[in-house]
Design a protein around this ligand. Structure first.
Ligand code: ADP
Ligand code: MG
Length: 240
């Protein structure tokens, strides 16, 4: 059996009586950029939070790097997560925001410095290292948020609508940046959005979701030109 970077097996999640995810299966290859696309409320964040370990699943399993992590702590899953709201520490400088988690984990000072410098270089935020979040633009803050995942040197990045709070120009700039980041790092990325353009431009494969079920999982070209049903066609397909 080939080992996938992330495998989701028969995953279900209920909030009380409400079934949000139902018997979901998904295999993601090492280095793949997967976009979870669907309207608000379809369960994208819930699925991402299950993978991250921020929510307990009702049933099923999650494997990361071949290891069953279904009941592992978030910090032990080898993932880094970037949210829509930046969740930076407001009282800390950018440098501190980037290094804080590594310090807490007891990493050596020179290794921390090396990792922060590398992340700052990749994301072009070196001039901002001594600033506080309040002194940054939305786009700069989101770069720092990505940097916090980057310094942890994880195999799998999870993004939950990271560009939604940005204006159109910044959104397209940072979209290009994220694409570049993936091309450079070649890690696995699972990226949630409700924006069709983001999905079509970023993804190796797009998973279209509706009511907690994946309707179609294909490369952008196939999704766009050969939607499997009217729902997918209406959401992303080419007008025909
Ligand atoms: P998306 O990210 O696609 O917009 P979510 O995963 O946030 O969707 O939500 C999926 C469904 O689960 C929605 O109907 C939402 O109202 C519901 N939901 C999300 N979080 C909770 C919660 N903590 N308790 C109860 N219902 C929730
Ligand atoms: Mg969401």
């Amino acid at each position: 059996m080939t080992q996938h970077s992330v495998s989701i097996r028969d995953l279900s999640l209920n909030f009380g009586n409400v079934k949000v995810l139902e018997h979901l299966d998904l295999d993601i290859a090492q280095g793949e950029f997967i976009v979870l696309l669907g309207p608000s409320g379809c369960g994208k964040s819930t699925l991402l939070n299950c993978i991250a370990g921020l929510l307990d699943v009702s049933d099923g399993q999650i494997f990361i790097g071949g290891k069953n992590v279904t009941w592992e702590e978030p910090k032990d899953r080898g993932i880094g997560m970037v949210f829509q709201s930046y969740a930076l520490y407001p009282q800390m400088t950018v440098e501190r925001n980037l290094s804080f988690g590594l310090r807490v984990a007891g990493m050596k000072k020179d290794e921390i410095e090396r990792r922060v410098a590398r992340a700052a270089e990749i994301l072009q935020i070196q001039p901002l290292l001594n600033r506080k979040p309040v002194e940054l633009s939305g786009g700069q803050r989101q770069r720092v948020a990505i940097g916090r995942a980057l310094v942890r040197d994880v195999d799998v990045f999870l993004f939950d609508e990271p560009l939604s709070n940005l204006d159109a120009k910044l959104r397209s700039d940072l979209r290009v940046e994220i694409k570049r980041l993936h091309q450079r790092l070649k890690n696995t990325m699972i990226y949630v959005t409700h924006d069709q353009i983001e999905a079509l431009t970023l993804a190796d494969r797009i998973a279209i979701m509706k009511n907690g079920v994946i309707q179609q999982l294909s490369d952008p070209h196939t999704i766009y030109n050969k939607p499997v049903n009217l729902y997918v066609a209406g959401f992303i397909g080419s007008p025909s």
